[in-house]
Design a protein around this ligand. Sequence first.
Ligand SMILES: Cc1cc2nc3c(=O)[nH]c(=O)nc-3n(C[C@H](O)[C@H](O)[C@H](O)COP(=O)(O)OP(=O)(O)OC[C@H]3O[C@@H](n4cnc5c(N)ncnc54)[C@H](O)[C@@H]3O)c2cc1C
Length: 412
Amino acid sequence: MRRTETVVIGGGQAGLAMSRCLTDARVDHVVLERGRVAERWRRGSWDSLRLLTPNWQSRLPGFRYDGPEPDAYMSAPDVVGFLDRYARSFRAPVEEDTRVLAVERTAGGYRVTTDRGAWDAPSVVVATGHCDTPFVPPVARQLPADVVQVVPGLYRNPRQLPEGGVLVVGASSTGVQLADEIHASGRPVTLAVGRHTRLPRVYRGRDILWWLDAMGTFDEPAGEVFDLAASRNQPSLQLVGRPDRATLDLPGLQERGVRLAGRVAGIEGPRVELADDLVAYTAAADSRLARLLQRIDVFAARTGLDAEVGPAEPFRPFLWPAAAPPEIDLRAEGIRSVVWATGFRRLYPWLKVPVLDERGEIRHEGGVTALPGLYVIGLYFLRRRKSSFIDGVGRDAMELATHLAAHLRRAA
Ligand SMILES: Cc1cc2nc3c(=O)[nH]c(=O)nc-3n(C[C@H](O)[C@H](O)[C@H](O)COP(=O)(O)OP(=O)(O)OC[C@H]3O[C@@H](n4cnc5c(N)ncnc54)[C@H](O)[C@@H]3O)c2cc1C
């Protein structure tokens, strides 16, 4: 049995940021990682994946991108290199190839059992990621066995899919990127569209994320949003980080030949029923985007940026989605694979303490759970809008490390 003051579970950006802040606070700790540092970026990414956030936005406590291309977007191997360098920069005490099997209460705090021995500690930080396990709707089980089903974490490139058409379900950043790439490889693609957040890559000559950063949108605290549960369920940004800084949106995909459809409403064997909601979702996304661009224009005028940036650009709503099919017969249309780009969920079968809600999510207030000494970090909108981003987890880590250090002092 080994002892330390804090066990951090997970060696991604959240676990490392926490480790850096605990190091600064002189809290003895260990980071347990079932694979290697940045494991998710080593194994869970498709070949062409690049960050949506520009390099200048890769900022962690005591470390930031300082290369020659601040406006470019990192590939997955770049992110691995970045996080590896971060871990080395402060000699993060990471134990790799160590999978946590159980976290249980003890008189003095917690026992963390791994496949390489156990640790006792008065505090534990769960940093196993918001995008932990792909969410695939239960209706997927109704598909015929000969239809290949793929989740983004296991998708690498179009060559991996069988010949024939492809149905991509979900039109957030992952869904639109995969639909575009698979279509470009010569397959007919249908994209089933649900709630999404349309964004141009560049507006008035600046990256859209530059605007959101400048306006403080990502800093919005969880305590100040009108409906936190709804905000935590918002779809990811419909963006792609290409070297040409191209916008990837539904009008562009339709123009290139991707067939757009409504949400998957039901499946019975090869017959996929599609909801009549494509226009409603695209109109809602357009209306949110129009409001955002107006806010940017007001901000630019108020702050004197008007003189520095390009002129206001006309907003082009997606007025004419082509008639969406109410149903697809996969066999009749030669569609032989379905890509589920339907988001993620989190599973904690090893968390043997009463901290999960009825949906299996960790109950917390800004990362602090009701169990003394137990924390969670890296979840979407944990403390502010950017909590799950590389650029956002650092501030949460600083605040949680302060809380945790105070807890250890009280416990001592
Ligand atoms: C496709 C995609 C694109 C993204 N693009 C961006 C982007 O452009 N910019 C941005 O800022 N954010 C982006 N994100 C969001 C976020 O940055 C990533 O999800 C990031 O991986 C989150 O880091 P994390 O440390 O919270 O979790 P993870 O990177 O998931 O790290 C968790 C770690 O915990 C380990 N682990 C899990 N269970 C156990 C266990 N039982 N025992 C030991 N170890 C365990 C895992 O192996 C993993 O290494 C993207 C996310 C996805 C899915």
